[in-house]
Design a protein. Structure first.
Length: 268
């Protein structure tokens, strides 16, 4: 005789299928987000490569433009040197690639914005767009400040303080590393108002708290200037002073912040 199945005994097949179905449903959005992220990263890389290929024919001219602040201060007839065999090719190549990334920053940030925008509330979207535009403008402003203000003062100091019988012949690769470090140092330093504003807007700190920490911020600015610039007082001050002034600008705009609470989740 065959055993009659107990009607109260739970069956294991269908519940297991339902669990697998729910697991796949939870995984689907994550996979879709990863695919979208990969797509946007590919777009950013393609744009950077396209800009690089269009600029590569002018790589030597770009290097000459970047070297102009130093070359203008060298004695007549002086020139840079290449101490490595591949430097005449690699230095302009590297600079052109960095310039391509530099130019593509707005597009890259737009791709990042398009990826995270669906998860933001309306008030956050209205705030994010001005912040993105301001971030790009401040980064470019920091690089321009380094090129037109810092470099002439810095190179004049370097070229005029050495012994009279020492000829200044700078290696092109060493010069490129030096100026790129300063470009990014000043570009990042000019983002201080954005960082300060976001800290106040998010509630991580307050205007009153930041105002009381001014002495520590001044000291911190000079420490950062010491770490991110050559070991001389002029370059450290040229970075530290703008950093502190931009910190004050961030506090000034932070006073205009009126935080609104995030809407409660539907399932809360």
């Amino acid at each position: 005789m065959s055993a009659t199945p107990d009607p109260q005994e739970p069956t294991q097949g269908p519940p297991q299928d339902n669990q697998n179905s729910g697991h796949d449903t939870r995984q689907a959005p994550l996979i879709e987000h990863l695919i979208e992220l990969r797509s946007r990263l590919v777009r950013a890389v393609v744009v950077i490569l396209a800009i690089f290929l269009s600029l590569y024919a002018f790589s030597n001219d770009i290097y000459t433009f970047v070297a102009q602040p130093l070359m203008a201060l060298l004695p007549e007839g002086s020139q840079m040197i290449a101490t490595e065999v591949a430097s005449p090719f690699l230095a302009p190549f590297k600079l052109t690639l960095v310039v391509a990334v530099f130019i593509a920053v707005p597009f890259v940030l737009h791709q990042a914005w398009a990826f995270i925008a669906p998860g933001l509330y309306d008030n956050e979207k209205r705030l994010a767009i001005p912040l993105l535009v301001s971030s790009v403008a401040l980064f470019y402003g920091g690089a321009a400040f380094a090129y037109y203000v810092v470099f002439p003062l810095l190179f004049e100091f370097f070229t005029q303080t050495g012994p009279a019988d020492v000829a200044v012949m700078t290696d092109i690769n060493q010069y490129l590393n030096f100026v790129l470090k300063l470009f990014f140092a000043f570009g990042i330093a000019f983002e201080i108002p954005i960082a300060t504003f976001l800290m106040i807007f998010s509630g991580a700190t307050t205007v009153e708290s930041l105002s009381k920490k001014r002495p520590y911020v001044v000291l911190g600015c000079f420490v950062v200037g010491m770490l991110m610039t050559p070991p001389d007082v002029i370059s450290q001050s040229l970075l530290a002073v703008p950093m502190y002034l931009l910190y004050e600008v961030g506090i000034l705009f932070g006073r205009l912040v009126k935080r609104t609470p995030r809407p409660a989740d539907d399932d809360a």
